[in-house]
Design a protein around this ligand. Structure first.
Ligand code: GTP
Ligand code: MG
Length: 380
């Protein structure tokens, strides 16, 4: 006797994987689990690889690849908005969009092939080709729009990146601690306290955010500080938003510029100090010491973050793999529109179908399967 437990039998093909499956619901103590696993292994079983159940479900046609990825994202979801987006994808939302595109592509291809077929007989080929051109360019526009929305879904999946930049001692670390409600970064009155980039994870109205505190920017005093500033600038260059910080009583360096193509929110700290002009144009006044202005800053951040990682109900792409395949499909479609011969246009339409098929897992995916299912946790 190892335990007294429930055994559930799921006959295929209605099970999760499509195969016959049994589930043991044992008491979860480590000794019970170890004893039952040992017994199962001596009976000829082996532990599943990470993602093996989802992989089998995919191979047995129970899921398309985007739905399988949705399950992985659902398990990894940290915030409410991530959970909703992942569930939508796991439920086949993205798969349905892709399947509809593929049906349209199939129809365009059929028309184009008919146009080639009947070209000699002088039968409506002109009209057919024109309808293919219209259909292909409409689809290319739709896919391009989807790619734009996908940018936001990627940020929702991976987190919006906010970096605090500014001169030493303006209160960057104090702000990080305030927003994170923790003591993550060391605060002292010594300029040049922070050297490493310090990341904290925040949840702003359901959107995951990585907030980074950085070394104060100035003429470096030593090698360590210089390296810290290099890292600060590098992080800022890849940010979605920069909090450019100044403070009452600290001279501003007009040469200090944020990277050109990143959005910037200006924050002026230490408004509790005498002589501060609280109202600066285009700048949020705060005091990390008293907490003044912090709520307004949080509201502004939440609004910006939601714009960047926009919460939409549409099923959008969320991974670089999706993006690459859709860019390829869009480019093939553009090619189909300008192709000088119906044969070349048909070939381009086939290319677009292959790209979509790789996304859903219906063609040429052997190479990517391992990398996708490797990210799963064991037992799913
Ligand atoms: N009066 C006042 N002092 C503040 C405020 N915020 C931070 N300070 C003080 O300013 C000093 C520097 O704060 P830090 O948060 O370490 O500044 P920093 O920008 O991270 O500095 P470096 O890491 O050196 O670049 C500390 O002594 C803080 O206590 C504020 O709102 N008002
Ligand atoms: Mg600091």
């Amino acid at each position: 006797m190892l335990d007294r437990a429930l055994l559930l039998w799921f006959p295929g093909p209605a099970s999760f994987t499509g195969e016959d499956a049994a589930e043991l619901q044992i008491h979860g103590g480590p000794a019970v689990v170890a004893a039952v696993c040992d017994a199962l292994v001596s009976a000829g079983c082996r532990p599943a690889e990470p993602g093996e159940f989802s992989r089998r479900a995919f191979l047995n046609g129970r899921l398309d690849l985007t739905a399988a990825e949705g399950i992985a994202d659902l398990i990894a979801a940290e915030t409410e908005a991530q959970r909703k987006a992942a569930l939508r994808q796991a439920e086949g939302g993205l798969g349905a969009v892709l399947a509809a595109w593929d049906r349209r592509l199939m129809k365009l291809l059929a028309h184009q092939e008919a146009a080639i077929e009947f070209a000699d007989e002088g039968d409506v080929p002109g009209d057919l080709s024109a309808s293919v051109v219209d259909g292909a360019s409409a689809l290319a526009v739709e896919i391009a729009e989807h790619l734009r929305q996908g940018e936001r879904a990627t940020r929702l999946r991976e987190g919006v990146r906010i970096v605090i930049l500014g001169a030493p001692n303006v209160g960057k670390s104090s702000l990080l601690n305030r927003l994170a409600r923790s003591d993550a970064a060391i605060v002292t009155d010594q300029p040049g306290t922070t050297r490493d980039v310090i990341d904290v994870r925040l949840d702003l109205a359901g959107v995951p955010v990585t907030l980074s505190d950085t070394a104060g920017l100035r003429e470096a005093a030593d090698m360590i500080e210089a390296e810290g500033m290099r890292r600060a600038r590098q992080r800022a260059a890849h940010a979605d938003l920069i909090l450019m910080m100044t403070a009452q009583g600290i001279a501003e360096d007009p040469a200090m510029q944020p990277p050109a193509d990143v959005s910037v929110l200006h924050v002026h700290n230490k408004i509790d100090l005498a002589g501060s002009q609280e109202q600066r144009p285009h700048c949020l006044g705060v005091s990390t010491l008293t907490g003044a202005g912090i709520e307004t800053l949080e509201a502004a951040l939440t609004e910006t973050v939601q714009r960047i990682a926009g919460i939409t109900d549409a099923a959008t792409i969320s991974r670089p793999r999706h993006r690459a395949a859709l860019i390829e499909a869009r480019d093939w479609l553009r090619e189909a529109v300008v192709a000088p011969l119906p044969e070349l246009s048909a070939e381009a339409l086939r290319g677009a179908r292959r790209a979509i098929g790789r996304l859903t897992g219906h063609s040429g995916v052997d190479a990517v399967l391992d990398s996708i299912f490797r990210d799963f946790c064991i037992g799913k």
